[in-house]
Structures are given as C-alpha cells and as structure tokens.
Design a binder for this molecule. Structure first.
Ligand code: 5GP
Length: 123
C-alpha cells in the first residue's frame, strides 16, 4: 500500500485549508459536492481517517468507521433523492489506483445520480 500523502487535496479539505460544499458530516465521514459534477447529483463520500484507497479502507478501517461510512452513503442518497426508496437510483464509484485512474489518493466514493447514467464502460 502506498504511504498516505497528507498533502492531498481531500486531506487539505478535511483540515479546513480548502473550502468545500459540505452536504453532511459525522464522526468518521464527510460528504461534499464534487467540484466538477458529472451528474445532477455528484457527491464525494470520504472517511476522515487517512486511507489511500477503497482496498486500504476496507482492510484497515475500524468497524465503527466502516459502518459509519456505509450508513452515511444510505443517508445522503436518501436525502439527495437518488436512493431506490426516495428516487430512481444512483451509481457508486470508487476509482482505485493506477488502473482505476484514481486522481486523489484519499479514499472517496462518488455518488452519481439524478439522470440515467448509461452503461458503466463503453462496449
Ligand atoms: P477520482 O478521479 O480520484 O476518483 O476523483 C477525484 C474527484 O475529485 C474528481 O471528480 C474531481 O472533480 C474532484 N475534486 C478534485 N479536487 C477537488 C476539490 O478541490 N474540491 C472538490 N469538491 N472536488 C474536487
């Protein structure tokens, strides 16, 4: 696992050094709007802890962090009107590492919704 770079943009957002459009915040998780939205709803869900990627988070986060993260995904998808119950669904994406073309090396899950998103990968 690469070492966590505490100068990455999301680490700076978490420290309050860069402004963000916060949607909600819990003890372990922050949700804010993507600066270059790809859909009417485009949220970024991030843990507050220093995890590089989804696999790092899944392997090394505490149970409390893992549960908090997933419950927050449920809450914001409902609150933003894109959950199955509240809307018409969404896509959750966690680009990971080089082949996943992950730009920011702090684990984040994209929540995209508000329109039909098309197939995930070109055929
Ligand atoms: P990745 O390609 O790593 O999965 O996605 C990184 C995402 O972070 C991109 O969708 C990009 O638009 C978003 N992003 C990059 N810098 C900032 C920023 O300073 N603020 C916000 N809100 N989003 C950012």
């Amino acid at each position: 696992m690469p070492e966590y770079d505490d100068q990455n943009i999301f680490a700076r957002i978490l420290r309050g050094e860069i402004p963000n459009d916060t949607v909600t915040e819990t003890e372990h998780t922050l949700v804010f709007r993507d600066i270059r939205p790809q859909a009417p709803v485009h949220l970024l869900v991030i843990p507050k802890g220093p995890y590089v990627s989804l696999d790092d988070f899944a392997a090394n986060a505490s149970d409390a962090e893992l549960v908090d993260f997933m419950r927050t995904v449920a809450k914001v998808s409902r609150d933003e009107g894109v959950s199955i119950d509240a809307g018409a669904g969404f896509r959750a994406v966690a680009n990971t590492g080089e082949h996943g073309v992950q730009e920011v090396p702090h684990f984040h899950m994209h929540i995209l919704g508000g329109r039909v998103l098309g197939r995930m990968l070109p055929e």
